[in-house]
Design a protein around this ligand. Sequence first.
Ligand code: FMN
Length: 202
Amino acid sequence: MRPNGGPREGVHDLVAARYSPRAFADRPIAPELLRRIFEAGRWAASAYNEQPWRWLVATRDEETGFERLLSTLIPFNQGWAKHAAALSISLARTSFERNGKPNRHAFHDVGQAASNMAIEAAANGIAIHQMAGFDPDLVRERGLVAPGFEAVAAIALGYPGDPASLPADLRERELALRERRPLRDVVFGASFGQTAGFARDR
Ligand SMILES: Cc1cc2nc3c(=O)[nH]c(=O)nc-3n(C[C@H](O)[C@H](O)[C@H](O)COP(=O)(O)O)c2cc1C
């Protein structure tokens, strides 16, 4: 999906194909595919099967809704995300429905759902770009979230576009080699900081 490098080391093609573009093609996502992407999110694992996720979604042709979600993004993100085929804001229910106790894994589980969505999207030639750069207070102030829920992340969805359509600084970032910390720096044995044996040469 992206020519200049993705995860290697034998990970599945779909994991390798996923990336977060800022250039989007001027092409809508068919409702059936949108449904499939959120369906993949719905099938994520969650603590106690609480399924704390909810999503606000607007496609670009739903102008009022799209503008409503877009306007909660920081200006930097608005600049490129306005070209996405659809925008979403993920929400988490922060306490358990069963007993009202705080669910400290609610954000974790909403993130897992986003990862499922990203892989399902990649399998269909679509990309999602998650964003922390939005104003959750604005989402609340505008009454977009029910009590007991918190806005987690904004998400742009669309078919990847031509990096040439981006301003120079973003184009450079779009085409830069994707990098990650080496496995040996992040996977430990049972002691923090001591690389797991299988990760030593990676
Ligand atoms: C929770 C989260 C928040 C992010 N926030 C932003 C953001 O506000 N703006 C942006 O341009 N990219 C944002 N990103 C995208 C990351 O920068 C990107 O995932 C990272 O650089 C790795 O690139 P890749 O997804 O293409 O592998 C965010 C990603 C995640 C998962």
